[in-house]
Structure formats: structure tokens, C-alpha cells
Write a protein that binds this ligand. Structure first.
Ligand code: MOS
Length: 764
């Protein structure tokens, strides 16, 4: 069996090849900055070299004198631009060049536009700035930061989840864990660089930019440039990785659009890798204080999760993962609190599994510590506290197969061969450790629209302005249409990534497959209804007068309840129609009545897991084997194994790919990725792919993905829970737990590096 194409279990779709696979591997897929535009001028950003202060002088003379330079846009040129408000549309309230105040390292100060990139780069490098510099605070513990409670101040958290009397339950518990954990700043490094291409024509603006939200971008661009929505089109046919970074608009886009209008010529700005670290958002560093209390038999009676997240001076941003961690097990009493810490940094934003990746890490590490304190297998501790109800409001889970994930995963991983004693397993010079942890991700769903056309020749066109960010959304949306309309996937073309198409939600929160497939399903059912009506209403023919409610569509043929059939091309031919086209709006239950109108205006309203009568999450069990060299402390990861239950799997090939990528991303969060700041200057010191470490093939051993069969039709019509952000959650904790098992050394701060394992442990 080819591991890339797992055999589908019940409620799982065939591992069909991606419809755009060939285009992607041959370089034919056009990413935003690849799209040919005539008469382009090229823009390069000039960014600050201090993190806090005011720009007292910006010298542009040398830049203007550079051969090939056409224009420079800076502070005095943006009066016509409106300042953004912080939220889903714009990740920051910092205006594009509205103020000479510097709030963070690498803040945009100007855009140089020239005939070539080389000229623009040369000119940008010649710009000098003088600053009235002020001391800057880089990190959570830096002097000069400002701390406040998050609840009620951040969009993601109205109230800190709590239940029962934690302090009393904790004091009464015979076994207790009390520890602090940390996760670092991480920067999204999609291989496709950030870019904007702005083209004006008769007062109409077209923006080519990689984005997770073409409609969201359109609204925000229109707002910032004082245009009508109808004057702006956003095109983003393929996105070369995103991980949250291309969700909200950043200040560059309006500057590039303004430059293009002023110059009367299209302008393209591709941001350098280094500038991507400071002109885009990032994952904030976090600190956690976990307390767990349990009885001797391993029943958890008390859980408290306090967390601190870093944000900018300007905007109150937090991911507040306590919403998930406080609901994960049947704990008894629960307390939680999230605080934000304002520092001299740009505003953070989403990064893959924004709340869960940093918040599940401390919980799942603390559970491993509790298991050792109890002398219990860490897997058994989790099963002991597994619950079909969440402890905050006592709501049921719509479905929860965590136990089954652990059982099947443990068998495949051979977990029970593990000797629980730390530093007890060894092969030659290599210390072996096994660790496990839970993966969890809330099921989000949003309103979406789709248009589906079935032509008389049996071809199908699906249109919805979703985004191919690497997940395979074109393929799974096409599969849904092929299945409902009884045609092969090869007969379906799928158009996405353009505001000329019906709107789809932001491709974030792992909602897209659920939302878009539900809209496609609805549109297809409308097409079927019209097709069946045409067959039944025909004056003659095999289906004339037949009951439409008993008709089905299979392999290009319409079938009546009594077995009579007619090829769909004949049905359409007889009706005289060239095609049947239907537009459908899917609005999930629990969404506001105006969710579709908001979507047209660029706002995605996600119906979130905890807002439903039965909370819904996808679950998984992560297993990691580490090998640590006894002398050099080199850390290798020969095996990752994850077993997941995520509702309907549309396509086992693309789903496996997402889960595998997620697990590697999770390993990376444990061992590699960390954006380092100089505490004296609050400036990033590793803004490149040499020093910001991401995993390559040599870092990755075998990755096994198991997808359990799970059917949950309550989550949405498609029955999909979403899994793009499931696979990475918990992997970091499983890895840290494996490091403890291998060495006896408990590491609570990520990333875990070789130097953390030198000296002072029990494994010498
Ligand atoms: Mo993704 S981090 O939910 O955009």
C-alpha cells in the first residue's frame, strides 16, 4: 500500500489526486506574484532599524537620485489613506505611514518604486533615518511592559472559563502538580514570500496578493483607500503556504496601491524574507502556570490554567486557548485566567492552531508529570479522565473518540513495549524515549456561498471564492460536486481565489472544507432538483412522469425509483437547456441571520465549538519517539505517529497530507522554531531561514497518520470537522514527554535544544 493514499474507511472519501497537482509540480500554478502584468514597476520597502521612538529625519535624496527610481511613497504622501481599525480585516490599528512614531522593529517607513527590483533595492538601501530612540521592551518579562487581564478586552475571550471551587479542590488533592511553561515567538515562514501587485484601470483597482480571505482583503482595501467595494477586485488563485499569516491585511497593501495610482502604472512589491519577519504578524510568546490536583487513583479533581500572552502597545490581541484546555477532560473544579502583556512589538496574529498549539503544550506536559507523580502510565491517565461532557457548562461533545484514537495509536506505535522508567531504554549510544499527548481542535463552521453549473456535455463548474492555501480545497470541493452530480472528478473544474466569485469565508480556523463543501452540497442538490424536474416533466422519454423524490444521479445517469434511467445529457438535451446553474448560500445553524450579508462585506462569522448546544472538537492521540545521543545530546525524532478522529474525511490523501504536515509543524514547534529578539533593542536577530530553523526531510523520520472512521452529521451538512490545524496540536508536548522519558530531564520551555540536555540529568 502506498502510505500517501490510505484506503478509505467508512465515511471517508477516496484518495484522489489533487486536481491542481500537475500544475503545482510543473510550476504552471500561478501564484499572485507570478501573474503576468504589463508595464510593471517594482517596489521595495524601507523599514525602521529601531523598535521604539520617533523618526526625526528620513533622508530620501540619495534614493531619489538612484538611476531607475520612479517614486518614493512616505509619511507625507498618505493623507488620502484611511487608518485601519484592529480586527479581522487588519491585523493592526497602525496606519500605513500615518505616523512617524515607531512601535516595533522593522516598521515600514517608505516604499521605493523603480523600473527594476535591483534599482529599488539599491535605492531603499541608501535611505537613512534619524530617530529619537526610546528604550524598548521585547519580551513578556522585560521591564517597561504593561500587563492587563484579557477577558472582555480581546475578541477571543469574553470571560475566563471556570467551574466549581478550584482552590478548595486543589488544596484537598493528595497529588499535586504546580509548574510554569513557556513557548517562544514564532514567525510564519511560508515558502511563498508575501507580496502585493496593484493594477489600476479606469478607477478600478485589482490587487493580486496571496491571501486567506479575498473578500476580507477587498473590504479592508476599499476602506483604507476610500473606494466602493465594487471598485476593488482581489485575485489570489494559489497561496504558497500561509499558516494564518495571510489572513488579515497588513499595512503594505494600501501603500503599494497608492503608489500604483500615483505613478499611473502597476506596482509589484515582493517582500524579502527578512522584512516578512517585521511587516507581517507572528505567533506571540506565551507563559503558563498550570496546577493540577488528583486523587491517588488518577482522577483529576482540580485544574487551573493561567496564561500570559505578549501583544503590541497598540492592540489587545490574545488567542486565549483556555477555552479549549479547560474543556478537554473531566477535571472537577476548574479555574483559568489569561493576561496580555503589551510590549514594543508589532501586533501578533493567528498562527496555525493559534490557541491550541501553545496552550495544550503545558497542559499535556503537566499531565505527563502528574502520571509520573502517580506512578501511572500517561496514556492511562488520559483515558481515566476522558469524558463525554465538558466540565465548564456540562455540555455534551457532539462526538468524541479520543479513547479510540489512543487505543489504535498505541497499538500501532507499540506503546506498551515502553519501559516507563526514565532513561531506561537505550540502543548503543542512543537513549530512547516515548511520549504521548492529546491533539484537539474545535470544529468551526461559517456561512459560505457557491455556484455550481452542470452543462449538457456532463461537465461541472464549481465557483466559490475560497483559497487554495495548500490544503487541497479545490479537490475536495470538486469531489463533493462529483459525488452529488454523479460525474467523475475529471469532469469538474473548480474556480476559487477571486472576488468575482461567490464569497467564501476566511480560510482560517480549519473551517473551509466544512463550510465550502456544505455550500457546494447545497448548490448541487438544487441542480439535481432541477434536473430531476426536467426529466419528470418531459413529454416523452424513460423518466417522463416519474416521481422526482425517488430519483438519484449516478455515473452520468438519472435513475428513477423503479429502475428506469436516462443519461443526464439526454435529460438536458430534451429540456433544451444548455446547462443548469444554481447559486446556494449555506448558513450554519447558530450563525447570525445576516451572516451572508456580512460575508459579502468581507466578514467571516464563525460559529464556534463552545457556542453550540453540543460542543464539537476533532481529537487525536500523538505519539513520538525520540533518540538522544548519550554524549553529544543530539536529538533525533525517528517516529511520529498520530491517530485522529475528525468526522468525515473528504479525501484520505489530502487529509493525511494535512495531518502529516501538522505533525511535522508540531515537531518543529518543539525543537526548532523560535524568533529570537535582542533584549536590549527589541530587534529580531534571526530573520532568515538560516537561523530561524524549520524542519527539512533530514529532521523528519517516519510519520504515520491513522484516520479513524467517525460520523458526526450534527456538525454541518458535510459532516466535516476540519483537520488542517489538528495534527500539530500536542505533538510538542508528546515530544517533550519523550525527552523526559529518554533522559529523566523535564523541560518546560520550548524550543528544546541540545544545550538544554547537557549535564545535570539522571541519564548520564
Ligand atoms: Mo489559520 S492560523 O486558522 O489562519
Amino acid at each position: 500500500m502506498n502510505p500517501a493514499t490510505p484506503a478509505p474507511r467508512e465515511n471517508q472519501g477516496a484518495p484522489l489526486e489533487r486536481v491542481d497537482a500537475r500544475l503545482k509540480v510543473t510550476g504552471e500554478a500561478r501564484y499572485a506574484a507570478d501573474i503576468a502584468v504589463a508595464n510593471l514597476a517594482y517596489g521595495v520597502l524601507v523599514t525602521s532599524t529601531v523598535a521604539r521612538g520617533a523618526v526625526s529625519e528620513l533622508s530620501l535624496e540619495a534614493a531619489r537620485a538612484t538611476p531607475g527610481v520612479l517614486d518614493i511613497v512616505s509619511y507625507d504622501d498618505v493623507r488620502e489613506l484611511r487608518k485601519p481599525t484592529f480586527g479581522m480585516g487588519s491585523y493592526t490599528s497602525l496606519g500605513p505611514l500615518h505616523e512617524r512614531r515607531i512601535f516595533h522593529d522593522g516598521q515600514i517607513m517608505a516604499l521605493v518604486v523603480a523600473e527594476t527590483y535591483q534599482a529599488a533595492e539599491e535605492a531603499a538601501a541608501s535611505v537613512t533615518a534619524r530617530y529619537a530612540q526610546e528604550p524598548a521592551s521585547a519580551e513578556l518579562d522585560s521591564p517597561g511592559t504593561e500587563e492587563l487581564d484579557a477577558a472582555g478586552k480581546v475578541a477571543m475571550l469574553k470571560k475566563d472559563p471556570a467551574s466549581g471551587d478550584f482552590e478548595q479542590a486543589y488544596q484537598a488533592a493528595p497529588v499535586r502538580i504546580d509548574a510554569e511553561y513557556r513557548t517562544p515567538t514564532q514567525t510564519h515562514n511560508p515558502i511563498e514570500l508575501f507580496s502585493t501587485t496593484a493594477v489600476w484601470s479606469d478607477g478600478q483597482l485589482t490587487v493580486y496578493e496571496p491571501t486567506q480571505s479575498v473578500y476580507g482583503f477587498r473590504s479592508e482595501i476599499a476602506k483604507q483607500l476610500n473606494l466602493d467595494l465594487a471598485q476593488v477586485r482581489v485575485v489570489s488563485p494559489y497561496v504558497g503556504g500561509s499558516f494564518g499569516s495571510k489572513g488579515p491585511l497588513t499595512p503594505r497593501t494600501a501603500i503599494v496601491a497608492l503608489a500604483a495610482r500615483r505613478l499611473g502604472r502597476p506596482v509589484r512589491c515582493v517582500v524579502s524574507r527578512a522584512q516578512g519577519f517585521t511587516t507581517q504578524p507572528y505567533r506571540a510568546p506565551t507563559r503558563h502556570h498550570i496546577r493540577l490536583g488528583a486523587t491517588r487513583d488518577g482522577t483529576i479533581s482540580a485544574f487551573s490554567h493561567e496564561a500570559w500572552e505578549l501583544t503590541s502597545r497598540l492592540d489587545n490581541y490574545a488567542v486565549a486557548g483556555t477555552k479549549t484546555t479547560t474543556r478537554l477532560y473531566g477535571y472537577g473544579a476548574v479555574a483559568s485566567k489569561v493576561r496580555i502583556v503589551r510590549a514594543d512589538r508589532q501586533t501578533p496574529a493567528f498562527m496555525r492552531s493559534p490557541p491550541e498549539l501553545p496552550y495544550v503544550f503545558p497542559l499535556e506536559t503537566a499531565l505527563d508529570e502528574l502520571a509520573y507523580a502517580l506512578g501511572m502510565d500517561p496514556l492511562d491517565l488520559r483515558l481515566k479522565n476522558d469524558s463525554q461532557r465538558e466540565p465548564i457548562e456540562g455540555k455534551p461533545f457532539s462526538s468524541r473518540h479520543l479513547k479510540e484514537c489512543y487505543e489504535e495509536g498505541a497499538a500501532a506505535f507499540r506503546w506498551r513495549e515502553r519501559n516507563p522508567r526514565p532513561a531506561s531504554m537505550r540502543e548503543g549510544d542512543w537513549l530512547i524515549g516515548f511520549g504521548c499527548a492529546t491533539a484537539v481542535y474545535p470544529t468551526n463552521v461559517a456561512a459560505a456561498a457557491a455556484r455550481v453549473r452542470l452543462a449538457a456535455d456532463g461537465t461541472v463548474r464549481v465557483q466559490s471564492a475560497s483559497h487554495e492555501i495548500g490544503t487541497g480545497i479545490r479537490t475536495v470541493a470538486g469531489q463533493m460536486a462529483a459525488e452529488r452530480l454523479g460525474v467523475p472528478l475529471a469532469a469538474v473544474s473548480v474556480e476559487m481565489g477571486d472576488t468575482n466569485l461567490p464569497p467564501a469565508p476566511t480560510s482560517g480556523g480549519s473551517n473551509s472544507t466544512a463550510s465550502v463543501c456544505s455550500a457546494v452540497l447545497k448548490a448541487c442538490d438544487q441542480v439535481r432538483a432541477r434536473l430531476f424536474q426536467a426529466a419528470s416533466a418531459a413529454k416523452s422519454g424513460p423518466l417522463a412522469g416519474r416521481d422526482v423524490s425517488r430519483m438519484t444521479l449516478r455515473d452520468g445517469t438519472v435513475l428513477a425509483g423503479d429502475g428506469a434511467s436516462q443519461p443526464l445529457q439526454q435529460v438536458l438535451g430534451a429540456s433544451g437547456a444548455g446547462a443548469i446553474e444554481e447559486y446556494a448560500e449555506f448558513v450554519p445553524s447558530g450563525a447570525p441571520v445576516d451572516a451572508m450579508q456580512k460575508l459579502y462585506r468581507g466578514q467571516t462569522t464563525m460559529v464556534r465549538s463552545e457556542e453550540r448546544p453540543a460542543v464539537s472538537f476533532a481529537f487525536g492521540a500523538e505519539f513520538v519517539e525520540v533518540r538522544i545521543h548519550a554524549r553529544t545530546r543530539e536529538i533525533r525524532v525517528p517516529r511520529l505517529l498520530g491517530a485522529f478522529a475528525a468526522g468525515r474525511i473528504m479525501n484520505t490523501r489530502t487529509a493525511r497530507s494535512q495531518l502529516m504536515g501538522g505533525m511535522i509543524f508540531g515537531m518543529s514547534s518543539a525543537l526548532l522554531e523560535s524568533t529570537e529578539l535582542d533584549p536590549r533593542s527589541a530587534r529580531i536577530v534571526n530573520a532568515d531561514l538560516q537561523d530561524y530553523l524549520v524542519p527539512v526531510n533530514a529532521d523528519t523520520g517516519t510519520v504515520e497518520v491513522i484516520m479513524l472512521s467517525e460520523t458526526d452529521t450534527s456538525v454541518n451538512p458535510a459532516g466535516v470537522k476540519g483537520l488542517g490545524e489538528l495534527g500539530d496540536v500536542g505533538t510538542n508536548a508528546a515530544l517533550a514527554n519523550a525527552v523526559f522519558h529518554a533522559t529523566g530531564k523535564r523541560l518546560r520551555n520550548l524550543p528544546i535544544r541540545l544545550e538544554d540536555l547537557l549535564g545535570g540529568d539522571s541519564a548520564a
